[in-house]
Ligand binder design. Structure first.
Ligand code: AMP
Ligand code: DBH
Length: 548
């Protein structure tokens, strides 16, 4: 595995340790410490009635660790974890941490194309799935994955394995936990897991996060969000997302010694009864979900009065929506502008109303270095918009095994080019203005235009295509594919079905398909993809604004 020196230069390692950010604590150790401090407190509540105390979660994590090693997995191996919001997600991930095996997170929405990409680039040896979720059978996906990537030798299933021949997770969990001393010791500076990037250009990249750097964000995020041992945190978004995982997320809640409640779906019908029953205090949402929740709360029979803080992030929140949080839900809004690569900004709970409604917060750490630069890489005057570059004690210095992406995405002195366009207000508060890249931020899910274009170009009746983001009242942005047909014009629905049939997550299927004869009459071949996409977006938006 990558030694940390290749991630942060030694002088930064020394600095972050001296400042007390990196404390040599591992995931396995922090869970053990909580279990020893308060074994009987409830750590995890599942929607099927599971209630695991800290002692129980700790025991299960040990059993998982021993079970995984007994199956033949080795410290340093990678295992793709793709589970819905089940308690087993938490026990298996802590088991992997304790065994020194790296989880690589996939979203439940991902399908064979994405999962194969993760398994190949992460050189995964194992795959953890649920039997089914949202009417999809993951055992079929796992069989296809093993066929395509034979290195994935182990498949573990939460639920019924059927006749698949895979191993039930319950077998691992019932392994006799060896004394803790038998588990391999972990180095807090080693990579703990691989998170996935939204994929601004082409396929998702893998993000290596260490125990030290991630636990630093958990400790600070929990403090900034006011989580403590009495807090009850609801995971409503998919649990693999970096946001509900760590900002402050379920890991922040566990770090604080609180209780995590898992909702199988983010819809108000499913989440509201859980909030009422478990007196949930905090939850993280993307803006479109917040809008649904605000609407549903107005006539909900469920008692939501326990809600104290709602984190909203992943995409830009409109001020008009932000203003309604306190009066409608009775909770303090906390805007969160973060990224799986590192940097996370929060509005603080005691900020004034104007700051909470109109900014995306300020960085976690005094050692987060935030630069806002122009096209030439020169800092812009204070208060003006520019490209956000950042480095710091929890921002990666490079993607896993991807020299060409690293060349593009990081400056020579180690700043990550976020691709976001922001301006900075006094006090370090950031306001997100837009972005430089060409991805589509569809309700917080990032979609690479290029990736979808490549799939559409493979269709026999597509001559050329440009995929662009279009402003959308509900989703924030939706995707539109402009297609120049080849021969007989295909139907839009057929092209959508084609993308789905390529084995991609459903959220990547274009929301809209528009056929055009040509892209630009004059500058054919001379115009960049980026300019072309901008032109098409402008034309469509102008048309929509003139159509009543
Ligand atoms: P990823 O790199 O896939 O983890 O996605 C992170 C990106 O999501 C950021 O670089 C932003 O473009 C976007 N994002 C996250 N939070 C916010 C927010 N609160 N407002 C606007 N954009 C956001
Ligand atoms: O969108 C994101 O990736 C995101 C948003 C808020 C994130 O990774 C985070 C907070 O940590």
């Amino acid at each position: 595995m990558i030694p940390v020196e290749q991630i942060w230069p030694p002088e930064f390692v020394a600095r972050y340790r001296a400042a007390g950010h990196w404390r040599g604590e591992t995931f396995g150790a922090f869970l053990r410490a909580r279990a020893e401090a308060h074994p009987e407190r409830v750590a995890v509540v599942g929607s099927a009635g599971q209630r695991w105390t800290y002692a129980e979660l700790d025991r299960r994590a040990d059993a998982m660790a021993c079970g995984l090693l007994a199956q033949g997995l080795r410290p340093g191996d990678r295992v793709v974890v793709q589970l819905p919001n089940l308690p087993e997600f938490i026990s298996v991930v802590f088991g992997l941490f304790r065994a020194g095996i790296l989880p690589l997170y996939a979203l439940p929405a991902h399908r064979i194309t994405e999962v194969e990409h993760f398994a190949r680039t992460g050189e995964a040896a194992g795959y953890v799935i649920a039997e089914r979720h949202d009417n999809f059978d993951y055992r079929t996906l796992a069989a296809e994955l093993q066929h395509r990537v034979p290195g994935v030798r182990h498949v573990f299933v939460a639920g019924d394995v059927g006749d698949s021949g895979f191993t039930p997770l319950s077998v691992l969990e019932s392994t006799d936990p060896a004394p803790a001393a038998d588990l391999p010791a972990r180095d807090a500076q080693s990579v703990a897991f691989l998170q996935i990037s939204g994929g601004s250009t082409g396929l998702s990249k893998l993000i290596p996060r260490t125990h030290d750097d991630y636990i630093y964000t958990l400790r600070e995020s929990a403090r900034i969000s006011g989580l403590d041992a009495h807090s009850v945190f609801l995971v409503a978004l998919p649990i693999e997302h970096n946001f509900p995982m760590s900002s402050p997320g379920f890991l922040g809640a566990l770090y604080a010694g609180g209780t995590v409640v898992l909702s199988p779906s983010p819809s108000p019908e499913v989440a509201f009864p859980l909030i009422a029953r478990h007196r949930v205090q905090q939850v993280s949402l993307v803006p479109p979900l917040l809008m649904l929740w605000l609407q549903a709360a107005e006539q909900s029979p469920h008692d939501l009065s326990s809600l104290a803080v709602i984190q909203v992030g992943g995409a830009k929140l409109a001020a008009e929506v932000a203003k309604r949080v306190k009066p409608t839900l009775g909770a303090t809004l906390q805007q969160v502008f973060g990224m799986a690569e590192g940097l996370v900004n929060y509005t603080r709970l005691d900020d004034d109303e104007d700051t909470i409604v109109n900014t995306q917060g300020r960085a976690i750490s005094p050692d987060d270095e935030v630069l806002i630069v122009d096209d030439l890489g020169q800092p812009v005057p204070e208060g003006e918009a520019g490209y956000l570059l950042t480095r710091g004690p929890y921002t990666i210095r490079g993607y896993h095994n991807n020299p060409s992406a690293n060349e593009r995405s990081f400056t020579a002195d180690g700043y990550y080019r976020t691709g976001d366009i922001v301006k900075r207000l006094p006090g370090g508060y950031l306001v997100v203005q837009g972005r430089a890249g060409d991805h589509i931020n569809r309700a917080g899910e990032k979609i690479s235009a290029e990736e979808i274009e490549d799939h559409l170009l493979a269709h026999p009746q597509v001559f050329d295509v440009a995929v662009v983001s279009v402003p959308d009242e509900f989703l924030g942005e939706r995707s539109c594919a402009f297609v120049i047909p080849k021969g007989e014009k295909p139907r839009g629905a057929a092209l959508k079905q084609w993308v789905r049939g390529r084995g991609l997550a459903d959220f990547k299927v274009p929301d809209q398909v528009v056929f055009v004869d040509a892209f630009t009459a004059t500058a054919a071949g001379k115009i960049s993809r980026k300019e072309l996409r901008a032109q098409l977006r402008a034309t469509l938006t102008a048309q929509e604004n003139t159509t009543p």
